[in-house]
Write a protein that binds this ligand. Sequence first.
Ligand code: PLP
Length: 392
Amino acid sequence: MKDETVSEGRAPRTIAATNGVAQDAAFGAVIAPIHLSTTYKFPAFDKPGPYDYSRLGNPTRDQLADTLAKLEGGARAVMVASGMAALDLALSGLRPGDLLVAPHDCYGGTHRLLSLRSARGHYRVAFVDQTDGEALAAALALEPKVVLVETPSNPLMRVVDIRHITGLAKAAGALTVVDNTFLSPALQQPLALGADLVVHSTTKFLNGHSDVIGGAVIAADAALGEELAAWANTIGVTGSPLDAYLTLRGVRTLFVRVERQQQTAATIAAFLNTHPAVSRVHYPGLTSHPGHALAKSQQSGFGAMLSFELAGGLAAVRILVETLQVFTLAESLGGVESLIAHPPTMTHAAMDPEARATAGITDGLLRLSVGLEDEDDLLTDLRQGLAAASNV
Ligand code: PLP
């Protein structure tokens, strides 16, 4: 597993817990105050201070950005209003005719964004199974400008080799953008593996409390980071200070949350893996998972997300989700509460059935985001739900 040491010689967990703490020059506040002001006084004519208008820059947002840039080992982070805005911003350098290579099994909202942008002629997109070396090589031979990676993928938990893909992309003259939402920088740092940009839906593990929609783009290169920050200001997608404040508060406990949640996820994956009502479990922590060895080498842990397929298909899905009491049937992930989602009718409903079938998203597939509840309560809940679902 990787070395955890990053910038300033401080361990990532120290950065997450304390970056920017006890820096308040005005009153010595240990926790940085929230700055809601939209506008800032010019100290003199034609002499702005460090901030002039909050769409462009805001101290609270900048403190979160600085923390995320350090956690990802990047030069600069740009905080935006959602994960989708982060993806769109990261891809904003593409011009009509440029080719984007994207995973065929990415988050449904990402699939919709790329499909609609390409339908409108903003750029071209090739959806590729990035675990298939030949398909990937064929796509790279078409000289794409950007390769988008999502690993582990949503919802099938496919793991792709970031170092290998960034190497191939560089050789083909393309930038690599990695969506690191499923693991967070606590478990994976794509920039250290050669990526140019990391994208997050901060809505998920980074905030961790299911009460903020937000996104971030982190750039390895300062100039590219500046360019994206300027564009985020130009199109007005920068995130709100209140959201930044809450998200930074979430980041303080990122490591302990993720570590505890992934421990429970591993137990649940092992339980599901031997249950007769379950035909398949997708969790990179299982030694039977095709991406297990790769996940072990490029991740610091296997994460708190998993998916599984019910032998009884859609009928069994309905009974299971309606029987569960501790898991909540809801979209999203990464919060302290455990959620269950049915990708075909929820998170990936925006994909047409053919694209879902190509990606391998079956009607019997369910996705779990494992929270911080007692492990036995979660197991009991699943055991009862699966017993009911076994009767179809
Ligand atoms: N990327 C991934 C992997 C996601 O799962 C999601 C949302 O579920 C997004 C991006 C989009 O994030 P947001 O909902 O914050 O726009």
